[in-house]
Design a protein around this ligand. Structure first.
Ligand code: 5GP
Ligand code: MG
Length: 179
């Protein structure tokens, strides 16, 4: 792997396809154990989590359901970005064992604004599984139950994550190259 260019920026290799897949297998095995006999409902947050969600879901061997929602955060000229639901939840989660699937927790704003919508419906349990966490950037802390990789506070692209719409189809993760 070498440098790639997405739009105007250069990115360097960060996590290989094999590393990513191996770690997702481990997390899937833990979820298999923790949810044996429970038939959990996964809620994947589009767009960024589509690849992670598909791979994790394929590695599971327990009975499980999955559905998708889309959150969009509109950042105005002011610093307070607001998270709105662009595609909502079409399934009743009352009494269900729910696991949220998200690509990355950065500031934690997206997930922490969305959580009350779910807890309001009184699921039996609610856990969060993510591909990436940037602990240094997190200002809205939430409990993360399954995390594949904790990473430094650098912009990453690939494996479902985009830079201005592009880069999602890359099988590995790349990070922004500092000059
Ligand atoms: P948060 O609300 O936790 O600050 O941000 C979460 C969202 O910001 C993610 O779902 C993702 O869309 C975007 N994001 C945060 N950090 C990165 C990054 O390093 N790369 C990419 N491509 N998106 C990011
Ligand atoms: Mg996202």
């Amino acid at each position: 792997m070498s440098l790639i260019r997405v739009h105007d920026k250069y990115f360097e290799p960060y996590l290989s396809e094999a590393e990513i897949q191996e770690r997702i297998r481990q997390i899937a095995a833990r979820i298999d154990e923790d949810y044996a006999g429970k038939k959990p409902l996964f809620i994947a947050i589009l767009n960024g989590s589509f690849m992670f969600s598909a791979d994790l879901f394929k590695y599971l061997t327990i009975e499980a359901e999955i559905c998708f929602i889309k959150l969009a955060s509109y950042k105005g000229t002011k610093s307070t970005g607001q998270v709105v639901t662009a595609i909502g939840l079409d399934i009743d989660i009352t009494g269900r064992d729910v696991i949220i699937l998200e690509d990355i927790i950065d500031t934690g704003k997206t997930i922490s604004q969305f959580l009350p919508q779910l807890t309001n419906q009184q699921p039996r349990s609610l856990k969060i599984a993510i591909l990436l966490h940037k602990p240094e950037a997190t200002v809205f802390p939430v409990q993360i139950d399954y995390c594949c990789f904790s990473i430094p506070n650098k912009f990453v692209v690939g494996y479902g994550l985009d830079y201005d719409g592009l880069g999602r189809n890359i099988k590995e993760l790349y990070r922004l190259k500092e000059n």
